[in-house]
Design a protein around this ligand. Structure first.
Ligand SMILES: Cc1cc2nc3c(=O)[nH]c(=O)nc-3n(C[C@H](O)[C@H](O)[C@H](O)COP(=O)(O)O)c2cc1C
Length: 388
């Protein structure tokens, strides 16, 4: 196995191994990609305060997210079509997360179905649900999550409409991939990926095909998707979803303190400050800049997590020190998955854990639960000093 010392190593291997269509799908933001870029680069504006001659032995990263024990404050974010990045990708990622003691979130738009992941893993996972118009489908999704013993539901609220990613349109993104001269020529150079894909039956959207009304085979999926997402979504509708699911609930995609307060009123257990990895509103603030004002607004009323742009343990440390109870990663584990399946996700988690542990120690802290803003140097105006 090649020596992996940083997340970028996994990304390089991933890029070589996976068809361009799926690499581009992952590695894009919407429109100009400003928010996608700034999600990561804004972490560089925050500095860590080095301390010395403090006993750094006996460090612990163990903590809790929504009352569940985790080995470090990190979760795998829901990523659609993970099973196209690597055959049976969702199962591989969930297994690696389980072994590392961190939560895995399965996307509604996954290739492996809820039941499939439950049967092939031995730890409970979280299910992400999109807010769709079809009540029956939504209730069934929650019921299936319950039957599969999912330990939380994550409602993503930032996708009433789809932000445009130019490359997906140009590449004709689909699952399974459409066979065009360009895609066939590219896939011919990705032999190991293709051979593994041929050996699995899981090549369609496993939670949709055969479950949603009128989607009995993959060919009528596109029409269903175009119509299924609910542009009329409001907080009353989210309250209805709260009633459909009586387990722990997380609301993902909050970027404004007012929306964070609405989420508190719905009775969610946590929110994720997230701009969907820069894939929705281009020109939105990075998540790390949005985090502070949201934490200030909600106080102790709700647990606050964050995602978007996190690529290192140092980033996780900065987010936790600001006050996030957990940091979710999307692309950072997909690079590992695409590079080398379950082992690659394990490598991504190992890299991030080492970086988090060492950086925390060098800041003079030994317990992740004691980390606070005192270890950070945040520039004045970092979270904005905007015109009213
Ligand atoms: C390829 C890709 C697919 C995604 N699909 C979903 C999805 O199905 N549901 C969802 O709630 N978020 C989805 N997201 C957003 C992630 O859950 C997460 O918010 C984002 O990846 C975090 O940013 P990061 O990739 O920079 O870590 C997706 C992100 C990527 C990169």
């Amino acid at each position: 196995m090649p020596k992996i010392t940083e997340i970028e190593d996994l990304k390089r291997i991933y890029r070589r191994r996976v068809p361009k269509m799926f690499f581009d799908y992952c590695e894009s933001g919407s429109w100009t990609e400003q928010t996608f870029r700034e999600n990561s680069s804004d972490f560089d504006d925050i500095y860590l305060r080095q301390r010395v001659a403090i006993d750094m032995t006996g460090r612990s990263l163990a903590t809790q997210m929504i009352g569940q024990d985790v080995s470090m404050p990190l979760a795998l974010a829901p990523v659609g079509m993970t099973g196209m990045q690597h055959a049976d990708g969702e199962i591989h990622a969930a297994r690696a997360a389980g072994k590392a003691g961190v939560p895995y979130t399965l996307s509604t738009m996954s290739i492996c179905s809820i039941e499939d992941v439950a049967e092939n893993t031995d730890k409970p996972f979280w299910l992400q649900v999109y807010t769709l118009k079809d009540d029956e489908f939504m209730q069934r999704l929650f019921d299936r999550a319950k039957a599969a013993k999912c330990s939380a539901a994550v409602i993503t609220v930032d996708l009433q409409m789809l932000g445009q990613r130019h490359k997906d349109i140009k590449n004709g993104l689909s699952a399974p991939p459409k066979l065009t001269p360009a895609s066939v020529a590219n896939m011919a150079t990705k032999v190991p990926w293709g051979l593994e894909m041929l050996q699995t039956k899981r090549r369609f959207f496993g939670n949709i095909v055969g479950h949603a009304k009128g989607v009995d085979d993959p060919s009528n999926l596109a029409a269903w998707t175009a119509n299924a997402f609910d542009q009329a979504l409001d907080w009353d509708r989210i309250r209805q979803f709260r009633k459909m699911w009586d387990g722990p609930l997380i609301i993902k995609g909050i970027m404004d303190p007012r929306d964070a307060l609405e989420a508190c009123n719905v009775g969610a257990d946590a929110i994720v400050v997230s701009n969907h990895g820069g894939r929705q509103l281009d020109g939105a603030l990075s998540s790390i800049r949005a985090l502070g004002p949201i934490l200030d607004a909600v106080g102790n009323r709700i647990e606050v997590h964050i995602d978007s742009g996190i690529r290192s343990g140092q980033d996780v440390l900065k987010a936790v020190a600001m006050g996030a109870k957990g940091a979710w990663i999307g692309r950072a584990y997909i690079y590992g998955l695409g590079a080398m399946g379950e082992q690659g996700v394990s490598e991504a988690l190992r890299v991030m854990r080492t970086e988090l542990d060492t950086s925390m120690g060098l800041c003079g802290r030994t317990d992740i639960n004691s980390v606070d803003r005192d270890i950070l140097m945040i520039p004045k105006g970092f979270s904005g000093d905007w015109e009213e």
